[in-house]
Design a protein around this ligand. Structure first.
Ligand code: GCU
Length: 434
């Protein structure tokens, strides 16, 4: 590493560790310069030692084995969905966004009971479509409520628990009128940009499914299920609940007359990027999967001690992952899997992993290598899944979208989901979803 690179890495480490987290919380493994040797588990060696050489073996043997490791060992086991789930379409507006889209809100009642847990799915279907043509869609959760991602003032405001931020109109854990349209710049759903490209943006608020707090997360869909008596560390936590709800939302989208339910991409940023990857792994009906800066517990490899580590997560976000994962805090190299295998679970579907250059907390290189190391699984389906312009372990040039059916970019700048990123995702989706 050149002196300049070292200096850059050190400055980035100091800025991020001081700004994002209080002094004293700095992770000892933060230094991106010191990365010991590691060996990644082979996605193509089955538990009994058999070498997986065909797509059929992958589907029948190895994929289920890897899925089980992630289900019982990372995110926690999802219960089945309720057959009694209902969907009610409300608040339809045919001329939303200056006539560009038809907006609707779909109330998902997860168990269909009058006192059941409900979440609202906000959908904008582009109006400019050929006669009878259904729109492909992007589905993902939002961080602060549907009413925060749009400037339309008649979208229903969530009454679910929200983190307090008076400046943004969130007080006593409730949203106020002031919070409308105040979506955080870095967590953006650029509704009109997506509509203009011919896609339907579809989003629901994570907090209506599981409030994002260790003390609150059981007050969403978890209420619908009996408490497990024997605890074996694989009980589902918030990320599994969010992913489960995305699958419920897809159930609806597959019935919507304006949406092509076979062309729904699942997308998420940061903690919701972890969620998107888990949703894509859990529900193979998602046609394309996008992880935007999902970092630790998402695309980043655990075996690279850079950025966020399990010990930090265990302390700050115990409600995201199941207890079995946290047994590996401070001994990540002993994990029986690594995150390239989560990317491999997306095969044979198109997958896009992305990072930001200053987002050392997410370990951009770890995210890149994870995508690259999913290649063996994709090779069972395609000749050249990474394309010709990817040469691991060398990082691709900044601000360049590279790869084949496995795609990657590292954007200049900080942690965030920006219009630039969306542009690249839609270019990619144009190849597979139109
Ligand atoms: C924190 C956390 C990350 C997470 C991020 C986010 O930084 O450490 O794991 O991805 O929040 O969701 O914004």
């Amino acid at each position: 590493m050149s002196i300049l690179n070292k200096a850059f890495a050190l400055i980035a480490a100091v800025i991020i560790s001081n700004v994002v987290f209080a002094q004293g919380e700095r992770d000892p493994h933060f230094d991106p310069v010191a990365i010991p040797e590691y060996t990644l588990p082979d996605p193509l060696t089955a538990n009994d030692g058999t070498k997986i050489t065909t797509a059929e073996q992958w589907k029948a043997v190895r994929r289920p084995e890897i899925y089980k490791m992630f289900s019982e060992g990372v995110y926690g086991v999802m219960p089945p969905k309720f057959e009694t789930m209902t969907f009610t379409v409300e608040n339809v507006k045919a001329d939303a966004c200056g006539g560009k889209a038809t907006r609707k809100e779909v109330v998902i009642n997860f168990n269909g009971q009058p006192d059941g847990v409900k979440a609202r799915l906000l959908i904008y279907v582009p109006n400019n479509r050929a006669e009878g043509k259904k729109a492909p869609a992007f589905l993902g959760m939002n961080f602060r409520g549907n009413h925060t991602v749009t400037l339309e003032d008649d979208v229903t405001m969530t009454d679910a628990w929200v983190p307090n931020e008076p400046k943004e109109g969130r007080v006593n854990h409730k949203s106020t009128e002031k919070s409308r349209g105040k979506y955080q710049e870095h967590w953006r759903w650029p509704i009109e940009q997506i509509i203009d490209r011919g896609y339907a943006p579809c989003t629901l608020f994570m907090g209506e499914v599981a409030p994002d707090s260790p003390n609150e997360y059981l007050k969403g869909v978890a209420k619908l299920f009996p408490k497990k008596e024997v605890k074996d560390g694989s009980e589902w936590r918030a990320i599994s609940m969010w992913a489960w709800a995305l699958s419920c939302a897809l159930d609806y989208l597959q019935t919507d007359p304006d949406i092509d339910g076979t062309k729904v991409a699942v997308i998420g940023h940061s903690r919701l990027g972890k969620t998107a990857l888990w949703a894509g792994a859990s529900d193979e009906r998602f046609a394309l999967v996008i992880s935007n800066e999902s970092g630790c517990g998402g695309a980043a490899l655990y075996r690279r001690p850079v950025g966020e580590r399990l010990g930090f997560m265990k302390k700050h976000f115990p409600h995201w992952f199941c207890d079995n994962l946290f047994k590996y805090a401070d001994r990540e190299n002993d994990l029986p899997f690594d995150m390239h295998e989560l990317i491999a679970l997306q095969a044979p579907r198109p997958v896009y992993v992305a990072s930001a250059s200053l987002d050392i907390w997410c370990d951009p290189k770890g995210e890149f290598l994870s995508a690259c190391n999913a290649e063996p699984a994709y090779k069972l389906f395609y000749d050249n899944p990474l394309g010709d312009d990817v040469n691991p372990p060398k990082m691709p040039a900044i601000d360049t979208s590279v790869g084949g059916i496995i795609h990657y970019h590292v954007r200049t700048g900080k942690h965030g989901l920006l219009p630039w990123d969306w542009d690249k995702y839609m270019n990619f989706a144009d190849k597979y979803m139109k």
